[in-house]
Design a protein around this ligand. Structure first.
Ligand SMILES: Nc1ncnc2c1ncn2[C@@H]1O[C@H](COP(=O)(O)OP(=O)(O)OP(=O)(O)O)[C@@H](O)[C@H]1O
Ligand SMILES: [Mg+2]
Length: 469
């Protein structure tokens, strides 16, 4: 066995092989050579290890059940990890070896091999890695700033939110993101996933509100063939699809008590039973849930299970409404101005004073999404390189005045009804005007039991209005 010399002995190696004998002997061999060695029994396990800590080198068997060594290599390349990859193939399969080299493997060896040969290849690979190490460290420092820098905000509240994201991303706790519609809950959920050790695994999103009870259960837990009418094929649920990643449960308040019970079971047992099935399938995932409703209140009213609530809000991130953080309005406006200028290939210098004042005095019931839509629209209509106050079309101020009650819910209900009638119940247009997405609007209509009045249905005036916007 060759003695390690120089700086190479500080390198780390990940051995990936489904055969325990091979794994253990390679781990021992390279540990004795002075490297830091870890082992993984499968490609998914290796990806998790790679997300948790940096490795300079991965030695992987090509032949493995599930995801094979070449697929693992592809993932490593796709994620732009700096780890060099050496593949080991059990039978001399020239094609897969050539393909591996084309995909960027450092080298390959054919079983059985002389461990000294492997050591020599490893040393070559690590020497190349030494040159890359400095670059990698620099890039990593930038990466965490990169994800968080997409979340714009200078207010104390947003500074705290970013701090919380960084803190919770590193651990595996369940997170509950709360905030009104359009405050950036999904953005926060995505940031947590992208900064977490699960980032190389999928982030699967479930919009709980948009689905019926049968569909949501099959969406979450999967179903067996023939489980219900229309279930023609067996299907995996989102928890299975996450495969070591994150499940984002959006609008969690909208699931029924029955589904809440099933969900609680999955969170506790970490296994799912597909709808119409009997077998429990182990699943590995992290949950981030979001809601724009007051879950605590719903628990008090018996609409949401207390035990599920406690499981979900292990870590809570609250996004305040935009009007509660006025200092964020100008920076967000500028951010969206730049974003849409780039998209449209036009150049804008910024906002006129009066335009900024107008933005600052608006109440933003649709929060950041409303602001984003407003800026995009202003850029479309503006012929000048500077955005003027008249380019900004804001929701009517009087719509905020209560019609028949002072609670926020009541004001929201009336406002939505008014906007819906204004657009002849065209939900796509109404949602756009409200600055919320269509699914959210659909929900609110259901929740407030809003109905189209006979007048709105027949009014020619409403029909004409409906064509604008
Ligand atoms: N702090 C922010 N910085 C940059 N963009 C933001 C910020 N907050 C929200 N946005 C943008 O505003 C839009 C709405 O955000 P998002 O979809 O995350 O909100 P939400 O809280 O999930 O809304 P809803 O409850 O309606 O689903 C998105 O385009 C998002 O990128
Ligand atoms: Mg959302």
């Amino acid at each position: 066995m060759s003695e390690p010399s120089g700086p190479l002995d500080r390198f780390s190696i990940l051995v990936v092989d489904d055969e325990a004998v091979v794994r253990d002997s390679l781990q021992e061999w390279f540990s004795q050579e002075g490297y830091q060695v870890e082992a993984a029994a499968s490609a998914p396990e290796a990806l998790t290890a790679l997300a948790k800590s940096e490795f300079d080198l991965v030695i992987a068997d090509i032949r493995m059940p599930g995801m094979d060594g070449v697929e693992l290599l592809e993932k490593i390349q796709a994620e732009k990890l700096e780890a060099a990859v050496i593949l080991i193939t059990g039978y001399a399969s020239v094609e897969s070896a050539v393909r591996a080299l084309k995909l960027g493997a450092f080298d390959y060896l054919t079983k059985p091999f002389d461990p000294d040969d492997l050591s020599a290849v490893v040393r070559n690979a690590l020497e190349r890695q030494l040159l890359r190490r400095e670059n990698r460290q620099l890039r990593d420092q930038l990466a965490s700033g990169g994800v968080l820098s997409e979340i714009i905000g200078v207010s104390e509240a947003m500074r705290k939110v970013k701090e919380q994201i960084e803190m919770v991303a590193a651990v595996d706790s369940t997170v509950l993101v709360e905030g009104r519609s359009g405050t950036g809950k999904e953005l926060v959920a995505r940031a947590i996933h992208r900064l977490s050790p699960r980032r190389f695994h999928p982030l699967v999103v479930v919009h709980c509100g948009a689905l019926t009870e049968t569909l949501i259960e099959s969406e979450l837990f999967g179903h067996e063939k023939g489980a219900f009418t229309g279930a023609q094929h067996r299907r995996k649920g989102k928890f299975e699809a996450a495969m070591g990643g994150t499940v984002f449960l959006d609008e969690i308040a909208d699931i029924s008590l029955k589904t809440q019970t099933d969900l609680l079971r999955v969170l506790q047992e970490r296994e799912v039973v597909r709808v119409g099935g009997t077998q429990a399938i182990p699943v590995d995932f992290r949950v981030i849930a979001a809601t724009n409703r007051n879950l605590e209140q719903m628990v008090k009213e018996g609409l949401f299970r207390a035990d599920l609530y406690y499981r979900l809000h292990v870590f809570r991130i609250y996004l305040p409404a935009l009007r509660e953080r006025p200092s964020d309005v100008p920076v967000l406006a500028t951010h969206f101005l730049e974003k849409y200028s780039r998209k449209m290939g036009r150049h804008f210098h910024g906002f006129q004073r009066a335009a900024l004042d107008k933005l600052s005095s608006h109440a933003w019931p649709g929060n950041v999404r409303e602001l984003e839509n407003c800026i995009e629209r202003a850029l479309v209509v503006s012929s000048e390189p500077v955005i003027r106050a008249e380019d900004l079309v804001l929701g009517e101020g009087r719509a905020l005045a209560p019609l028949s009650g002072y609670s926020l819910e009541c004001v929201e209900k009336n406002h939505i009804l008014r906007v819906l009638e204004e657009f002849s119940w065209n939900q796509t247009q109404a949602a756009k005007a409200l600055g919320i997405d269509r699914v959210t609007l659909y929900h609110k209509i259901k929740r407030y039991e809003l109905k189209q009045s006979a007048k709105a249905l027949s009014s020619p005036e409403a029909a004409v209005k409906g064509t604008r916007g």
